[in-house]
Design a binder for this molecule. Sequence first.
Ligand code: ARG
Ligand code: MN
Ligand code: MN
Ligand code: MN
Length: 315
Amino acid sequence: HSVGIIGAPFSKGQPRGGVEKGPNVIRSAGLADKLKAQGCSVKDYGNLCFEEVPGDEPVGRVKRPGAVGSANQRLAHAVYTAKTEGHTPLMLGGDHSLAIGSIHGHAAAIPGDLSVVWVDAHADINTPLTTPTGNVHGQSMSYLIRELQSKIPVIPQFSWIKPCVSAKDIVYIGLRDVDPEEHYILKYLGIKVFSMTEVDGLGIARVMEETCDYLFSHVKKPIHLSYDIDAIDPSLTPATGTPAVGGLTYREGVYITEHICQTGLLSAVDLVEVNPQQGTTEAQVQSTVDIAVDVLLGCFGRRRAGNHPADYCLP
Ligand code: ARG
Ligand code: MN
Ligand code: MN
Ligand code: MN
């Protein structure tokens, strides 16, 4: 594996400060060295610089359209570049509005379509007309899904976004805080969802087996894994902006990544919504960041059974 780390210190897809510190706190926990220790080569592209957008008034309900639009356009270009340079892009957020740029850039860099595995407490599929908050981190998927475009009003700052994902190529895992309008959209588009109810009923092994059976039933498309840290239970990862009780255990959260890794189809990863300012103690922040790192190590080959280099010889 060659991992291309892209830091995206952006918070304006939601109202809380601190989530822009995510990339640096995750790096400080030793991500790159740990990836190298398990045999990955790593290229760190550093942090993107995002411009201030003066007078960034809402368009309809959508807040900070200028900042969100331009940050995602930059990120799309960075992910496209990392992918075309032969790396598996790893986008460290930042808030989940960044999935717009990350998925857009990934899709542009590969010949056919991609599939999306969205691990989250939330569906982030509100349209600009259904959003209860106006925060774009709760709307990211709506801009990307082809079948939803007739329901998306024109937002000039988002006019560069070309919908690039089909509803049938999306799987959600971990949902437990879904707005009524979002629930309708998921049903209306027939999107595959493994909510926490399915995780409870089937167990995570069955959920991952069914996820792959579903995604691979036609052609095996490259997988974009978009992992919101709030998918994991807030008792373990409290340093996040919109915690929701009843989440994934550490073991379930890591199992998802181990399973996706072993498909050999993982093509880009987002890790978003780590907000060190939302932890009330240093231990809460540390736990959140350490788990984020373990999730990422699982994406790139770490197995809990142990690992050894392919060319290892006993002394
Ligand atoms: N459904 C709510 C909204 O649309 C919450 C979204 C939370 N999203 C997130 N990426 N944490 O505003
Ligand atoms: Mn393409
Ligand atoms: Mn979430
Ligand atoms: Mn999210």
